[in-house]
Design a protein around this ligand. Structure first.
Ligand code: UT7
Length: 344
């Protein structure tokens, strides 16, 4: 070897790795949801933000939301939704080989919520959190689906959970009425046929200020800020959601090889009823296709909103088991993810 030659970096390994199983298909095999008991009507919130029931209904479509009890944690809510999803999938908790929890309101920087949720289910399976705000559940479905497809996991649990009441400033006009608490869960399992279409996802970190915890934990430590609640530039997020997310939804349909009129349900993140209506229009969604409108009674539960809406539509017979649903999550980051799924 002359001094001008690049050093040899590769050798022939002494053994070759065992071949992984070839790709298989995945599907959602069960969903579950948990809504805290306490119902909070708009009237309870309006005085602190100089608003009215009428304004909130008209501008957001929200009539009420659920609030978790003070001692009810994201772990408690996750466990209930998870157990229901596992039962709906016809499985027992010991068959779950991966736990993913999507949340932005677990009040510990570390450890994540997922290992604790796994432990509640009696599991020592791999478990980690996803911080992708209102798109967290769709990110979780994407990751879990690929891990099931490659054989890394057999059955995976994806939970979307939020206790946003702990991170909301009750005097903030742009967010105090928007958020709710709850948990939704899905089990992702191997499938004979394709059950989860390709995910269309992305981010725009230049828009980080559009929805954000107002201050970092460090300013709280230094005593220079109050509790750093989540703040939102409502109209900025609204415009982004209406203009950009309908295109992403269409791309998810294209990637799945179907058209809007072949859907059996449209289940967008429950951010604002007017955003949902604008998306329906942009997608030219036929009027007879059921659309999730859980926001009216559940408000915006961030990572929990899509699985909660899915669970409700199936339970109330609004969406058919086995039907095709387009789901799209978008929120703080800004981040987004969308995919077409076969409903369990
Ligand atoms: O989940 C993550 C993603 N999040 C979202 O997608 C949320 C997107 N944004 C929204 O849903 C909407 O922007 C809100 C519902 C938050 C706000 O509705 P908006 O129609 O965008 O209201 P705005 O901020 O443009 O304000 C319109 C008017 C203003 O009054 P003037 O200037 O027209 O006289 C505001 O001062 O409404 C007033 N206003 C309110 N009035 C009563 C703003 N907030 C309130 C309020 N109650 N809470």
């Amino acid at each position: 070897m002359t001094t001008h030659e690049a050093p040899q970096r590769s050798i022939t390994p002494r053994a070759s790795l065992a071949a992984t199983e070839s790709l298989r298909h995945s599907r959602i095999s069960g969903v579950g949801g948990y809504r805290p008991e306490r119902v909070v009507m708009n009237a309870e919130l309006v005085d602190a933000i100089d608003s009215s029931d009428e304004w909130i209904r008209e501008r957001s479509g929200i009539i009420s939301r659920r609030r978790a009890a003070p001692d009810e944690s994201v772990i408690d809510m996750s466990e209930i939704a998870a157990r229901q999803a596992i039962e709906e999938a016809g499985l027992t908790p010991d068959q779950i080989g991966l736990v993913i929890v999507a949340t932005v309101t677990h009040p510990f920087q570390t450890p994540g919520a997922a290992p604790e949720v796994a432990s509640r289910l009696g599991l020592t399976a791999p478990a980690f959190d996803i911080s992708a705000a209102c798109a967290g559940y769709c990110h979780g479905v994407a990751v879990a689906s690929d891990l099931v497809r490659t054989g890394t996991a057999e059955h995976a649990l994806v939970v979307g959970v939020e206790k946003l009441s702990d991170f909301t400033d009750p005097t903030d006009r742009s967010s105090a009425f928007i958020f709710g608490d709850g948990a939704g869960a899905a089990v992702i399992s191997p499938s004979e046929t394709p059950g989860i279409g390709p995910t269309v996802w992305g981010s725009d970190g230049t828009m980080r200020d559009a929805i954000t915890q107002r201050e970092s934990w460090l300013t709280l430590r230094d005593g220079s800020t109050d509790w750093p609640a989540i703040g939102m530039q409502g109209p900025t997020v609204f415009r982004w959601a209406v203009w950009s997310m309908a295109k992403v939804a269409q791309q998810a349909l294209d990637a799945a090889g179907i058209t809007a009129d072949q859907l059996d349900a449209f289940i967008p993140h429950q951010a604002n009823m007017r955003i949902i209506d604008a998306m329906i229009k942009a997608l030219h969604l036929p009027a007879d296709i059921p659309v999730a409108r859980d926001i009216a009674e559940t408000a915006n539960t961030s990572a929990a909103s899509i699985p909660l809406a899915t669970e409700r539509m199936l339970r109330e017979g609004e969406a058919p088991h086995g039907g095709l649903a387009l789901q799209i999550g978008f929120g703080a980051g800004l981040v987004y993810a969308a995919q077409v799924v076969v409903l369990p």
